[in-house]
Ligand binder design. Structure first.
Ligand SMILES: [Zn+2]
Length: 153
C-alpha cells in the first residue's frame, strides 16, 4: 500500500484517541511537499473541518496558494461530497482513498446518505433549498465581470 495512504489511516486512528473523528488525510503537492489533516469537527465546532478539508487548508496556507494543481489527496476514507467538492475547487489532480462510504455508514456517518441525496431531486431533500429572484440577483456577477484586475480562480 502507498505509504501516504498508510499515514492517513494512522492519523485517523490517532485522531480518535485525541477526541476527533476517525478520518485523516494527506496532501502531497506537485513539488512533493506533504501536509496532514485530521477531522476537527467536534474539537473546533466546525462541521466543515473534515480531514480532507483541513489537509487542503493546511497545504494552501503552507504553499501560499489557492490552487493545488498537480497535487494528490490521500484519505483514510472515501471523500464525502463536501470533501470531493473541496478537492475539485482546490484543483487536486488525484484522490486516493481506503475505506468507502459504506464503511463510514457502519460507523454512523452520513457520507452515503448525502451521496444518495445528491442523486435524488432536491424537492425530496430533508433540507429545503429554494430559489428567489430579486431584481438585483445579477449584481455580484456584474461587479465581478466589470472588475478588470480580478483574480480568477
Ligand atoms: Zn468530508
Amino acid at each position: 500500500m502507498d505509504s501516504h495512504l498508510q499515514t492517513a489511516i494512522e492519523l485517523a486512528v490517532r485522531n480518535v484517541a485525541e477526541g476527533g473523528g476517525p478520518f485523516g488525510a494527506i496532501v502531497v503537492t506537485a513539488n512533493g511537499a506533504v501536509y496532514e489533516g485530521v477531522n476537527r469537527v467536534t474539537r473546533d465546532n466546525d462541521p466543515t473541518a473534515h480531514g480532507e478539508v483541513t489537509a487542503i487548508r493546511d497545504a494552501c496556507r503552507g504553499e501560499g496558494t489557492f490552487s493545488l494543481h498537480g497535487a494528490t489527496l490521500y484519505t483514510s476514507c472515501e471523500p464525502c461530497p463536501l470533501c470531493l467538492s473541496a478537492a475539485l475547487w482546490a484543483r487536486i489532480e488525484r484522490v486516493v482513498y481506503a475505506a468507502d462510504r459504506h464503511d463510514a455508514a457502519r460507523a454512523g456517518f452520513d457520507d452515503a446518505e448525502f451521496y444518495e441525496a445528491f442523486a435524488t431531486p432536491r424537492e425530496e431533500w430533508k433540507m429545503a433549498v429554494t430559489r428567489e429572484t430579486p431584481a438585483d440577483l445579477g449584481a455580484p456577477f456584474d461587479a465581478w465581470n466589470a472588475k478588470s484586475d480580478r483574480t480568477e480562480y
